[in-house]
Ligand binder design. Structure first.
Ligand SMILES: *Cc1c(COP(=O)(O)O)cnc(C)c1O
Length: 483
């Protein structure tokens, strides 16, 4: 176990083990401007411009701070259409960190999902998984497949002490295979640090059980490793058998148990890119031709060589517990503080961000009026902090056009690695406390423009009443300021 830094006064605060040498100025614009920005952006936080955003907690995708080593590596990039030494360095990093010999580079995680889905899924197939990710689901559906989400029943409970909410329920997995028949199941998908249920990890023990079932039926096991570093860190923290192992041991164990590993490098290691890797040459062979077709030549996959260099260094940094621990430790602090204030938040603390339960926070807003979207808009209005809706707006409609109401309605406040300071986290907690005390004032939203695919990105909404104006007036009265 890594030694913990203790404070004499007994406080439990996450200490930054890095120094800041490049900074970016932030602007906190007045609440009147924030309200206009919401109307301009259709009450969809994806549609806000960063000039109006104070703390950008929309996502951890491509927003982690880069290290001095990564920036330095970008200067030695070897520009070549083919045979680039930058690619060789990345390939070596994939082999050494993820333990896979064959590697296909792609421009980001969803491109890997595109290639894997196109190669292995045919119409009518079923993909069993712990839980879906938006882009994974969209690509599976695009190929005519459906998904079966097989988490344990308690995994969607907001308050829990289950350390591994991302585990697959093995009984459900066996039942799913028996029901559909193994010929309809091209692969089982396991997502590390299951994103949409609050960045919740699975255990090695569970992955071993899934592997046994996969072997029994002769089904391939695919790992979405976009958040594998944090999942490995939480295994080290929470799974007794692995506490004495290194991050490298745990990562290798996870990837060795799976046939095919893919990742978004935007989350895992750097600011761009992604990849697919395997030790099975025949799987590599099936996908190889699609990379030049959709991404770019096999030695760059749509990425610039500078990004490739940063990705290689970032992969090695995934093995550094000090670097990987920073975001989960900030999140733990954030979640525990909110929990102590009685604000409904997903527990135990996961990775990538803090997830607030909008179903409880906005219990008065009916689900078809998008409580999580409303909460995201209200929180931006009163704080300048941009979070992301992860609820029914991020879901889809069924074939008849009826809403498929999401299992959970969450406001996600992402904490990218080494980007925010503790006083900024304290500001977010303070504003959330004000909003919670005034939660009855938050009203619902309705769509004014609804695109057919991935509507949460481009959709526009409007408030169902003048609740944002009333909330702004109350904010000004309470704080005596427009900031
Ligand atoms: C972000 C993410 C993806 C998609 O990656 P992009 O690089 O954004 O295309 C896939 N899976 C998981 C778990 C992710 O978090």
């Amino acid at each position: 176990m890594k030694e913990q830094i203790k404070f004499y006064g007994g406080e439990e605060i996450p200490l930054e083990l890095h120094k800041v040498r490049i900074v970016q100025k932030l602007h906190l614009v007045p609440i009147e401007r924030r309200l206009s920005a919401l109307y301009e952006g259709g009450f969809n936080t994806f549609q806000l411009g960063t000039r109006d955003v104070f703390l950008d907690m929309l996502t951890d995708s491509g927003t982690n701070a880069m290290s001095d080593q990564q920036l330095a590596s970008m200067m030695q990039a070897d520009d070549a259409y083919s045979g680039s030494q930058s690619f060789t360095r990345l390939h070596t990093a994939v082999e050494e960190v993820l333990g896979k010999k064959y590697f296909l580079p792609v421009h980001q995680g969803r491109a890997a999902e595109h290639i894997i889905s196109k190669t292995f899924i045919k119409k009518g197939d079923v993909i069993p998984m712990n839980y879906h990710f938006t882009t994974a689901l969209a690509h599976i559906a695009e190929c005519g497949g459906t998904i079966a989400e097989l988490l344990h029943d308690d995994a969607l409970q907001i308050k829990s002490d289950n350390p591994f909410k991302g585990n697959i329920d093995i009984d459900k997995l066996v039942a799913c295979i028996e029901k559909n028949g193994k010929e309809k199941i091209p692969f089982i998908r396991m997502e590390a640090s299951t994103n949409l249920i609050g960045g919740q990890p699975f255990s090695i023990a569970n992955l071993m059980d899934v592997r046994r079932v996969a072997d029994k039926y002769g089904i391939m096991l695919v790992l979405d490793a976009s958040l594998i570093g944090e999942n490995a860190y939480l295994i080290k923290q929470r799974e007794k058998e692995w506490q004495e192992n290194t991050m490298s041991d745990i990562l290798k164990m996870m990837t060795n148990l799976t046939d095919l590993v893919y990742f978004s490098a935007r989350k895992l290691s750097s600011s761009r890119g992604g990849g697919i890797c395997t030790n099975r040459k025949e799987l590599y062979g099936k996908m190889e031709a699609l990379v030049p077709l959709f991404e770019g030549f096999l030695t760059y996959g749509g990425m610039s060589v500078r990004e490739i260099e940063a990705m290689a260094v970032g992969l090695y940094e995934t093995l550094d517990e000090t670097i990987i621990s920073q975001s989960p430790e900030f999140i733990k602090y954030f979640v525990n503080q909110l929990d102590a204030l009685g604000i409904p938040v997903v527990t135990p603390a996961g990775v990538l961000g803090c997830h607030i339960d909008a179903k409880q926070f906005c219990a008065h807003i009916p689900q078809p009026e998008y409580p999580a979207g409303a909460l995201a808009a209200a929180f931006f209005l009163i704080s300048g902090v941009r979070g992301m809706e992860r609820g029914t707006i991020s879901s889809v409609r069924d074939e008849e056009g009826k809403e498929i109401l999401a299992d959970v309605e969450l406001l996600r406040l992402a904490i990218p690695r080494r980007v925010f300071t503790l006083s900024q986290i304290r500001y977010v907690i303070d504003r959330l406390q004000w909003l919670y005390d005034n939660r009855e004032m938050i009203g619902g939203l309705k769509f004014t423009y609804e695109p057919p695919v991935l509507r949460f990105f481009m959709g526009k909404l409007a408030p169902v009443s003048d609740w944002p104006e009333k909330m702004m007036a109350k904010f000004r009265r309470d704080f005596g300021s427009s900031l």
